[in-house]
Design a protein around this ligand. Structure first.
Ligand SMILES: *[C@@H]1O[C@H](CO)[C@@H](O)[C@H](O)[C@H]1NC(C)=O
Ligand SMILES: *[C@@H]1O[C@H](CO)[C@@H](O)[C@H](O)[C@H]1NC(C)=O
Ligand SMILES: *[C@@H]1O[C@H](CO)[C@@H](O)[C@H](O)[C@H]1NC(C)=O
Ligand SMILES: *[C@@H]1O[C@H](CO)[C@@H](O)[C@H](O)[C@H]1NC(C)=O
Ligand SMILES: *[C@@H]1O[C@H](CO)[C@@H](O)[C@H](O)[C@H]1NC(C)=O
Ligand SMILES: *[C@@H]1O[C@H](CO)[C@@H](O)[C@H](O)[C@H]1NC(C)=O
Ligand SMILES: *[C@@H]1O[C@H](CO)[C@@H](O)[C@H](O)[C@H]1NC(C)=O
Ligand SMILES: *[C@@H]1O[C@H](CO)[C@@H](O)[C@H](O)[C@H]1NC(C)=O
Ligand SMILES: *[C@@H]1O[C@H](CO)[C@@H](O)[C@H](O)[C@H]1NC(C)=O
Ligand SMILES: *[C@@H]1O[C@H](CO)[C@@H](O)[C@H](O)[C@H]1NC(C)=O
Length: 469
């Protein structure tokens, strides 16, 4: 990492010291002429730089070496964090793709076969040049230096100081840490002045009930309604009201003078501001300034999914959600730690029948874990013991939750699970004993083979790289 950084620094210095026009780094004022182009080629990191060299625009090679992302990133920090990318619906371009700056269509991305993959829309006028601003904004201008199109007005998952989101505008999360396709979460500045975070039901754009709302609708007095979300160049982020007042999203601020700042809607739905010391000589890292909502695991879900899949349990760690399968359950797709968990055993009345005693299950107790939307029966007044017994004897019951004389019996699949000390509850979860089904060999049970232990989720990626993604 450090070596790559040094190489890049040297390359940056050469043109300004010797005035030598070196292919990629020849432009020093951030300006890009019409007919200039970049190609997605491995080993030839072609990019256009902002005057200070803070930002670069160009192709980034993805983990899959034949795929590239047309994007803008921080050019001076080793992990070259991406702040914008073209074509959020289908963002990857094959090796050999070109991006051209054209007079009529602005930026045009084409595949090696010449098929148009994306273009900057909509250009009204004739582009004279492009300029990558030191703010991280790539602007297409006409010959009066009027802006015709800018990345700041077509954001993806990140906002930078100096950038606004007007009514009707939004940020969209990416699919996962490494997949830049459109994800499930959005930050939207609504027409009523409210700034909200919501999930959508992919592949539609249908917005589910917000899990955060600024409340700046101006219901009591229209002069207090929000007009736009502003991330001002000093690093303050607020909803600007009609009357000029500012509704700060959070009190914390960090100086945009000494730090790179960005606000990103992460793939797990957390909207967060991060800072990175500008003069860290390659030794810095992104730190969390603040995040919204306060606890995404408490997201109220009336349609769609929460952060974690079915039968999973959400826990907040370092202000980011992690998902874990309860014991006896494992990930349906081991590559998707945020996905559904499946039971490693069969449960149901028919399956339970052959056993004269109900001892085929054991009960595990989980403290402060609940799946609030999965109950089929509420019993009251009950004791913890009678709650456990009632579920144990009921072949429909997967788990019983006990809290303050009330027993909720729940069925599979369990949804919107979370672990939260505020719950003050006990969960009695039924798990089939490891080898008990071997005692009833007369029934074919394809799924009841002895399973490997549930995959344990590696949360390291979530709490370290995840926090900055
Ligand atoms: C090109 O990019 C790769 C990673 O994508 C990096 O390791 C390498 O140092 C870059 N080369 C130059 C000359 O910047
Ligand atoms: C890198 O780009 C230059 C100029 O565009 C070109 O001449 C050279 O062949 C490229 N190198 C590779 C490895 O593609
Ligand atoms: C992009 O530029 C290349 C090189 O000049 C050219 O061959 C190609 O036709 C251009 N594509 C478009 C869409 O203008
Ligand atoms: C470019 O950035 C400068 C500050 O670096 C700012 O004053 C100017 O308005 C920006 N221009 C555009 C078009 O964003
Ligand atoms: C990213 O996710 C989308 C949607 O799940 C999928 O279609 C696509 O193949 C993934 N892309 C990569 C590069 O894995
Ligand atoms: C709304 O608030 C403004 C001051 O912010 C006040 O002048 C105005 O009278 C209020 N309007 C109503 C309908 O209360
Ligand atoms: C940004 O907002 C803060 C808080 O309202 C204010 O003090 C500061 O002057 C603003 N900065 C700019 C450049 O407008
Ligand atoms: C980076 O940090 C290490 C250890 O903290 C230190 O030895 C090294 O000198 C630092 N490098 C730079 C370029 O500041
Ligand atoms: C739950 O009930 C079962 C069946 O009676 C019993 O074996 C188990 O010990 C009970 N567990 C707890 C924690 O009460
Ligand atoms: C089931 O497993 C337990 C402990 O692993 C063992 O003691 C018991 O004998 C096994 N029962 C059968 C029927 O294999």
């Amino acid at each position: 990492m450090e070596m790559a950084f040094t190489v890049r620094l040297l390359l940056l210095l050469i043109p300004s010291f010797f005035g030598v026009p070196i292919s990629v780094f020849s432009q020093t004022d951030g300006k890009v002429a019409v007919d200039a182009y970049l190609s997605a080629t491995a080993g030839n990191n072609s990019s256009w730089l902002s005057p200070s060299g803070d930002f670069a625009f160009g192709f980034r090679q993805l983990e899959n070496k034949d795929l590239f992302l047309l994007s803008i990133w921080y050019a001076k920090i080793p992990d070259r964090t991406i702040v914008w990318y073209a074509n959020g619906d289908s963002p990857v371009a094959p090796k050999g793709s070109l991006v051209n700056l054209t007079a009529n269509d602005g930026l045009v991305l084409t595949s090696p076969q010449g098929q148009q993959l994306w273009k900057s829309e909509t250009i009204v006028g004739v582009v004279a040049f492009g300029v990558l601003n030191d703010t991280g904004n790539f602007v297409l201008e006409d010959d009066n230096s009027e802006s015709l199109w800018e990345t700041f007005k077509n954001p993806t998952h990140t906002m930078l100081p100096g950038q606004d989101i007007e009514k009707g505008g939004k940020l969209s999360s990416q699919q996962s840490e490494t997949n830049f396709s459109k994800g499930r979460f959005q930050l939207r500045m609504q027409d009523d002045g409210n700034l909200v975070l919501n999930s959508i039901n992919l592949p539609t754009e249908f917005a589910n009930k917000p899990y955060y709302a600024s409340g700046t609708t101006g219901e009591s007095n229209s002069s207090t309604a929000g007009t736009k979300l502003e991330f001002n160049s000093s690093g303050y982020m607020y909803v600007l009201r009609e009357n000029g007042q500012k509704f700060n999203l959070k009190a914390q601020t960090v100086s945009a003078r000494s730090y790179y700042l960005r606000a990103t809607i992460n793939f797990d739905g957390v909207f967060a501001q991060y800072s990175y010391p500008k003069n860290s000589n390659g030794n810095g890292s992104w730190s969390l300034v603040w995040s919204l909502p306060d606890n995404i695991c408490r997201m109220e879900v009336d349609s769609g999914l929460g952060v974690c899949g079915y039968n999973s349990v959400c826990t907040l760690k370092s202000e980011r959600p992690t998902c874990e399968c309860p014991s006896g359950f494992s990930l349906l797709d081991s590559n998707d730690p945020y996905g559904d968990c499946k039971p490693d055993f069969i449960q149901g009345c028919e399956e339970d029948e052959p056993s004269p005693t109900k001892d085929i299950y054991e009960v595990q107790v989980l403290i402060n874990t609940d799946w609030p939307t999965s109950d089929y029966m509420q019993l009251k007044p009950f004791t913890a013991e009678s709650c456990n017994e009632s579920c144990f004897a009921d072949c429909l019951c997967a788990v019983a939750i006990f809290n303050d004389e009330t027993c909720w019996k729940k069925k599979l699949p369990l949804s919107n699970g979370r672990l939260d000390s505020e719950l003050n509850s006990q969960a009695f979860i039924k798990v089939r004993k490891g080898n008990s089904t071997l005692q009833v060999p007369q029934l074919p049970r394809p799924y009841d083979k002895k399973r490997k232990k549930p995959d344990h989720i590696d949360t390291r990626g979530i709490s370290t790289s995840g926090r900055t993604g």
